[in-house]
Design a protein around this ligand. Structure first.
Ligand SMILES: C[S@@+](CC[C@H](N)C(=O)[O-])C[C@H]1O[C@@H](n2cnc3c(N)ncnc32)[C@H](O)[C@@H]1O
Length: 203
């Protein structure tokens, strides 16, 4: 099963709250793609931090498309149920955890996410190495701890695909160690110096 957990890389989540949310919150449709989402902690962490910064009405404009190649064929069911054990939720700050999770009576040590958060995430199986985006018009794409498994030329083709799938001014977020190749210097501007958050430049 893929390695992931809720609130992995809290620093980048905080920087998304600070630099990305103020730009996207005014949009009528807030379409986000989490590419390589594993069994859900990452797209759900993102949904939670967005909800923390948005009222319930604006929050309903968000749609997070969560995709993964999912060799286990289990991620869809896990994400739809939104049930996670203590190990995966342990890094969530207590006050946030208590707002969005409830203990399951019939499954000790397991917690279920609130419907409000689950309703914002849609899961689809998708292979990034098809180099075909399922949709376009995203204002934010998150792709973390996935590209490192690909060859350099594959990474470039995937980032090209993300560029095409983003709307003008949209954001691409990768993990701390995934640098943007220099050939994209005219396509993305780096938003902050302490995280891999990039904004799409006009063609
Ligand atoms: C280490 S996990 C990262 C999960 C999450 N993004 C995070 O950072 O916590 C890597 C994920 O990439 C997915 N993956 C690997 N190759 C992929 C591909 N070609 N297309 C889509 N997802 C892929 C794996 O199935 C796995 O769920």
């Amino acid at each position: 099963m893929a390695f992931t957990f809720f609130f992995r890389d809290k620093q980048t989540l905080d920087l998304i709250q600070e630099h990305v949310v103020p730009v996207i919150r005014g949009k009528r449709y807030i379409n986000i793609w989490d590419a390589g989402c594993a069994m859900g902690p990452e797209p759900y962490s993102l949904a939670i931090i967005l909800r923390e910064k948005m009222g319930q009405f604006i929050f309903r404009n968000i749609k997070i498309l969560a995709t993964d190649i999912d060799n286990s064929n289990l991620f869809g069911k896990i994400i739809r149920e939104g049930i996670y054990d203590r190990e995966l939720v342990g890094r969530i700050p207590k006050e946030i955890f208590e707002k969005y999770f409830s203990l399951l009576d019939n499954k000790p040590g397991n917690f279920v996410l609130s419907k409000e958060i689950k309703d914002r995430v849609e899961y689809l199986k998708h292979d990034l190495l098809s180099f075909n985006a399922l949709r376009t018009g995203f204002c934010l794409i998150l792709c973390k701890n996935v590209l490192l498994h690909f060859k350099q030329e594959e990474q470039i083709k995937v980032i090209e695909m993300f560029y095409g799938a983003l709307e003008p001014g949209g954001f691409l977020v990768m993990e701390q160690t995934q640098k943007m190749p220099s050939r994209f210097d005219h396509k993305f501007r780096r938003v902050v110096s302490n995280a891999q958050i990039y904004q799409k430049l006009p063609a």
